[in-house]
Design a protein. Structure first.
Lengths: 473, 214
């Protein structure tokens, strides 16, 4: 696949001048390639290559990851050279290393949803951590170093728990005569005969582990730091693709537990976890004073919603909301990166008057702000609405009410913050004039979100349910 | 009670981990870690002999070379390069940590029946594995040096390895190798960052990293 090519080219320092453009083009070409590869899956097929394979879930998240990565790389091609031109001390070697690691990171993120074997799943998730840690530290500042260390350490501990959970699930098969397996399909098939106690323990440890990586509430500690300190294209990939990967891992394991007839456990753990995450994130959103940190907390909130979707066992809504959240969040992070570059600050109190400085940027930002807060006519509104409806219908009244309260607070917090940035009076003047082209990728993503909002009609839901069913087999 | 040879080795590894709670010299800690890993590769060999599986011998060699020799030597070198001899700041005194470590060992011992797999011979090892995991966490929490936190993480990882070795009929070889490899890369990456932290903060004490809040 093409990111590999980008990764390899990054190894040659002399390519620094044209590598950004090439990276963007490669990733853009990757979109139709991935969709073409995934086509058979849309009618319910499964393509398998040994321990890896494209099933419905895999196809959906590979496509989301590709979109996110392409958007991030296009913006990186605009942003990073401009940054270098303005005298950020970044050597050619580090610049090329950025591309090598990005390529590796994207490949690792492909491996997660495609792994049909929970051992390889673990390895892939760990690989994403290792690949992305140096990316966060791209600017080599004290703050970014602190954020990276926190990220590396917390996620490593988390991932160690996930490994223990994986081993426990392996051990849960002791009573079965014909050896042990970590292949997902076999696990689901024999889930009923596994030792329920060890399986439960295993799932809880895995949830702790992958939950850390996804940023579920008490374990979200590293997330705002890493997302706000890394360069914006990386923030976009972390938020729009990596969080999804961790959640896919949780979804896979929850399938095994459900197949073992313990759907109650999944629900009892994930539904409250999701609801608490939404509420906590919404409260923390209110008092944010940093644009990118605010976006990071909004990611935590959406992770809460996605966790809820997994908790009520709704694969369609999980995919739909992950897609909607990813494209809007990437758009926002890319805008935030441009703003940071032009104004030299991401302090919310120092930003203002963007609409006056550049109408295009202002409009895109306002649209994205409304979309991420979950208002119509954007896709996020539809998926949040369906999610609340389904959660209510499945009898999770308390959790649903908590989520609604959380979403309301979030809506107010985000619209206030973004409103001030767009309409408020100008505090610190722009260092350079905002370039209109920089808003192009975010604008395209917003159009996509708009289409997703309008087009979610019965046929789309049917495709989604085919994709979600593919996993259950 | 009846300790098998494997249980004995597992207990040895856990006791070494407890000992590591009480020392602050980086070199001593690294020796503790290396010996722990030697115990684990010993278990690997014993298990391989008992079940007649040559794969396990290969795994024992790889684990010994990577985690028993490679990683400690690498960390020792970096410690020397950064002029660190001991972890000066620990949030709980080493003696107290040692006591807590003993407590954790007991808890692990009593929890063993809950985690052990009934069909397996070495029930005691499950408890020792749990103790290793929790002591690793304890080390990570109480130590302030970035390097010591990495050592704590490796102890935790050893615990998981011990559990998978004694309580399951083996992870697929490829996965096991993948994990060893990932841990190696992880330590290398962490090593680079430790070096960076040392350079830009002039020390590798993580308690002073307090800028990023709320």
């Amino acid at each position: 696949m093409l990111p590999l090519l980008m990764a390899l080219l990054g190894l040659i320092p002399r390519t620094a001048r044209w590598l950004p453009r090439l990276g963007a083009i490669l990733l853009l070409v990757q979109i139709p390639v991935v969709i073409w590869v995934c086509v058979p899956v849309f009618s319910g097929g499964i393509i398998s290559y040994g321990a890896f394979g494209i099933d419905g879930m895999g196809a959906a998240f590979t496509i989301i990851t590709t979109l996110v990565a392409a958007a991030a790389m296009v913006q990186a091609a605009l942003l990073l050279p401009a940054e270098r031109a303005e005298g950020h001390k970044i050597t050619d070697r580090r610049f090329c290393l950025f591309y090598t690691l990005s390529g590796g990171f994207i490949l690792a993120m492909y491996a997660v949803p495609l792994a049909q074997h929970i051992g390889y799943l673990w390895i892939a998730v760990e690989a994403t951590t290792l690949m992305s840690a140096p990316l966060i530290n791209y600017h080599h500042g004290r703050d970014s170093l602190e954020a990276t260390w926190k990220y590396l350490l917390l996620c490593s501990v988390g991932i160690a728990f996930a490994l223990f959970g994986t081993v426990l699930i392996l051990a849960a098969q002791h009573a079965l005569g014909n050896g042990e397996t970590l292949v997902l399909g076999d696990l689901i098939a024999r889930a009923k005969d596994m030792d329920p106690r060890l399986l439960r323990l295993g799932f809880i440890f895995c949830l702790l582990g992958y939950g850390t990586k996804a940023g579920i509430f008490p374990l979200h500690n590293w997330l705002p730091d890493a997302h706000s300190e890394s360069p914006s294209p990386v923030s976009g990939m972390l938020s729009g693709a990596l969080l999804n990967c961790a959640l896919v891992a949780i979804w896979r394991l929850s399938q095994v537990v459900v197949a073992a007839g313990q759907a109650e456990l999944v629900r009892q753990l994930l539904v409250p976890a999701g609801a608490i995450t939404v509420i906590a994130a919404s409260l923390m959103l209110v008092k944010q004073h940093d644009l990118k940190r605010m976006l990071a907390y909004s990611s935590v909130e959406h992770v809460g919603l996605l966790t809820l979707a997994i908790g009520i066992g709704s694969g369609q809504l999980f995919i739909l909301h992950a897609f909607n959240h990813s494209i809007v969040k990437v758009a926002l992070f890319l805008m935030a990166g441009s703003i940071l570059h032009v104004y030299g600050t991401k302090e919310l109190s120092k930003l203002g008057g963007i609409l006056k400085a550049s109408p295009v940027w202002g409009i895109v930002l306002i649209a994205a702000g409304f979309a991420i807060a979950g208002s119509p006519p954007f896709g996020t509104f539809i998926s949040e609405w369906l999610l609340i409806r389904d959660a209510f219908a499945s009898g999770e009244i308390a959790a649903t009410i908590a989520v609604i309260v959380g979403l309301t607070i979030t809506f107010m917090a985000i619209t206030t913050h973004v409103g001030r940035v767009v309409f408020g009076s100008e505090h610190s003047p722009a260092k350079t004039a905002p370039v209109r082209v920089w808003a192009l990728t975010p604008a395209l993503l917003m159009v996509m979100s708009l289409i997703a909002g309008v087009a979610v009609a019965p046929p789309v839901m049917r495709i989604l349910s085919v994709l979600a069913q593919g996993v259950q087999r | 009670m009846n300790l098998s040879q494997i249980d004995l080795f597992a207990a040895g590894a856990a006791v070494l981990a407890v000992w590591m709670c009480g020392v602050t010299h980086v070199k001593a800690q690294l020796w503790g870690l290396a010996l722990q890993t030697v115990m684990l590769s010993g278990i690997c060999v014993l298990q391989g002999a008992a079940e007649n599986q040559s794969q396990l011998f290969a795994l024992a060699v790889v684990v010994f070379l990577v985690k028993g020799v490679g990683i400690p030597v690498f960390l020792e070198r970096s410690a020397k390069r950064m002029d660190i001899e001991r972890d000066k700041g620990v949030s709980i005194s080493p003696t107290l940590t040692l006591m807590i470590g003993c407590g954790v060992l007991f808890i692990g011992y009593f929890l063993a029946p809950d985690f052990a797999v009934p069909a397996m011979m070495n029930q005691g090892s499950a408890g020792m594995a749990l103790a290793l995991i929790f002591i690793g966490m304890l080390l990570m929490i109480t130590r302030r040096l970035a390097l010591s936190q990495v050592i704590g993480f490796l102890t935790m990882e050893n615990g998981i390895f011990l559990y998978s070795l004694t309580q399951t009929r083996h992870m697929p070889m490829l996965v096991e190798m993948g994990i060893v490899f990932e841990v190696l890369i992880g330590v290398l990456v962490a090593g680079v960052f430790i070096f960076r932290i040392n350079r830009s903060f002039e020390h590798i004490d993580v308690t002073d990293m307090r800028r990023l809040r709320h």
